[in-house]
Design a protein around this ligand. Structure first.
Ligand SMILES: [Zn+2]
Length: 320
């Protein structure tokens, strides 16, 4: 028994010395030619096919991984953040104030919602619920069976919005991209504000979100970044800054992250990969000289406050 404990302890110790580190790593970018992309969803039938809202050209397209258009739906009035549920694609049309639904057979119907939106920018759908980001009214329209409600009003306080653009149901919570308050707000399904994430992280227009099983990902439009937060702790886990150019939407499926870049007109694809940690070489850098340092001296670590290393997640230690 003692032997086992010793082995366990040494394994723990070894793990502490070589922490695992996963992050999003760029794999490819798909050029889109004449598409001004806003929203993206991998098709539920075939993840090699992507639905993209082409707001500039008033259409929604299904394309392959080379960017070739397979299906085109014209006459959509500035389609925004789309979502797919049970094979149906829900398209908020910003300019016509309607929600269109593209059926699996490509027929189009209109989704009724309990309140009239002024520029619907995002939508999410479950078996009996619908939520719509009502952009110009600075509120969320929510329907659950016979129960209708709106959440929020214009403002900067808790539970108030400044142009909401995207949202997602996560269990009994609703995550909302409060775009021009540069933050994410979390509500319960009775409309009570629960949590605010990302305030103070320097975002400039939090336009698109996706909540995976472990992370909350946000597009920081003007800064051309994605902020990836640990879902449980709300801590920033990764700042993605490469291969992004005015990103508007994110989607995660299994270990793949899809991002629409509105300015460069392409889709960036990232994979969740184990990466080796780079140790800082320069011993005069903050990795060695900050008040709080990572025991591993990971490149980019070091802070004037206690916390965890953004690279390897080990707790900072006080620099002596
Ligand atoms: Zn570290």
């Amino acid at each position: 028994m003692k032997k086992y404990i010793l082995i366990m302890l040494s394994l723990l110790f070894l793990n502490a010395c070589t922490p695992k580190h996963y992050q999003w790593v760029h794999e490819q970018s798909i050029p889109l030619k004449d598409i001004g992309p806003i929203g993206v969803v991998p098709d539920s039938e075939n993840s090699q096919h992507l639905w993209v809202s082409d707001s500039d050209n008033n259409r929604v397209v299904k394309m392959d991984m080379e960017g070739s258009i397979l299906v085109e739906h014209k006459d959509m009035a500035r389609p925004m953040h789309i979502v797919q549920y049970e094979g149906k694609l829900y398209v908020p049309e910003y300019s016509s104030d309607t929600i269109s639904v593209i059926q699996p057979d490509n027929k189009i119907s209109t989704q009724t919602i309990p309140e009239q939106p002024d520029a619907p920018a995002g939508i999410d759908v479950t078996a009996n619920q619908i939520a719509v980001a009502d952009f110009y009214n600075h509120r969320i329209i929510y329907q659950n069976g016979d129960k209708n409600q709106t959440f929020g009003k214009k403002g900067k306080g808790k539970g108030e919005f400044h142009y909401p653009t995207d949202l997602q149901f996560v269990g009994d919570k609703l995550y909302i991209a409060d775009a021009y308050n540069n933050r994410i707000q979390v509500f319960d399904l009775d409309g009570n504000h629960l949590q605010t994430i990302g305030e103070g992280d320097g975002m400039n227009a939090a336009t698109g979100i996706y909540v995976s099983e472990t992370q909350l990902l946000v597009t920081d439009f003007e800064n051309s970044r994605i902020l990836a937060y640990d879902l449980e702790k709300g801590e920033l886990q990764q700042l993605i800054e490469q291969h992004l150019d005015k990103p508007t939407d994110v989607f995660v499926k299994e270990n793949t992250l899809y991002v629409t870049n509105y300015h460069s007109k392409d889709i960036s694809i990232f994979k969740w990969k184990k990466v080796s940690i780079e140790k800082a070489k320069d011993k005069t850098g903050k990795e060695y000289t900050a008040a709080y340092i990572c025991p591993m001296h990971c490149k980019g670590s070091g802070s004037d406050k206690a916390g965890t290393c953004p690279v390897c997640k080990m707790d900072y230690v006080k620099n002596k």
